[in-house]
Write a protein that binds this ligand. Structure first.
Ligand code: PEP
Length: 252
């Protein structure tokens, strides 16, 4: 059965003490809400990773928000996949639209990061999604297909099976403009059909595809009830323990 995941992305928020205290609240609240195949993850800034991993009791998994494509070396200020793994973290977000936009991360670079993350036994949460212009000019199916082809479709079926996908329309991130459940389902079904064409039915059926973009406790139940939406990647609402927990509760 396909895994259901709610992953919080704290972005560049919370100093060390704030992060530890918010995470402790989240662990305590999520403890009673998660069911069998459901996974809650917090992707924190790197300074928190090790402390959060110690506090998690396995109830909430830990992830980073980025990793470098190389194993190690003279890359001042960067963090390697191996370092992330050594903190106890298990996930890493790759290709978030803010990385693509502000740090000019290309599909090619993101493909390399994904390979490095997998080689270090981290689960990549690989983000794809169109901008507002691309939505309005109707090119969004092509954009998403290209992001998949260049970003993750070079992987073997075995490696691809370890990747979590996140559809995040850029126009919905941090804007309060959520995709409707129908709009999101439409794209998720398209993504799954492309995975099936590349890797076959079983891999596609097992692939967890998250929705991200102004997802909150109110709209999560409708989004998560769609056939091809397997949870969410949550920005703003992951900074409040009650909101994050209510989104985990919305997994069906
Ligand atoms: C995100 O940054 O991945 C995101 C989905 O943000 P928000 O929930 O704030 O729109």
């Amino acid at each position: 059965m396909r895994k259901q995941i709610v992953a919080g992305n704290w972005k560049m928020n919370n100093d060390y003490n704030e992060g530890v205290s918010l995470f402790s609240e989240i662990v305590n609240m999520v403890r009673d809400e998660k069911k069998g195949n459901q996974i809650a993850v917090i992707c924190s800034p790197a300074i928190h990773l090790n402390s959060l991993a110690q506090l998690s009791s396995g109830i909430v998994k830990i992830g980073a928000q980025n990793c470098h494509q190389n194993e190690n070396g003279a890359y001042t200020g960067e963090i390697s996949a191996k370092m992330i793994k050594s903190t106890g973290a298990e996930y890493v977000i790759i290709g978030h639209s803010e990385r693509r936009q502000y740090f000019a991360e290309s599909n090619q670079l993101l493909a390399e990061k994904t390979i490095t993350a997998l080689a270090n036994n981290l689960t990549p949460i690989f983000c794809i999604g169109e901008t507002l212009d691309e939505r309005n000019n109707g090119s969004y199916f092509n954009v998403i297909e290209t992001q998949l082809e260049k970003g993750v479709f070079g992987l073997s079926a075995e490696d691809f099976g370890k990747v979590v996908l996140a559809y995040e329309p850029v126009w919905a991130i941090g804007t309060g403009l959520t995709a409707t459940p129908e709009q999101a389902q439409d794209i998720h079904a398209f993504i799954r059909s492309k995975v099936e064409a590349k890797y076959g039915f079983n891999v596609a059926d097992d692939t967890t595809i998250l929705y991200g973009g102004s997802c909150n406790a109110k709209n999560a139940p409708d989004l998560f009830s769609q056939a091809d939406i397997d949870g969410g990647l949550i920005g703003g609402a992951s900074l409040k323990s009650r909101d994050f927990t209510d989104i985990v509760k919305a997994l069906n």
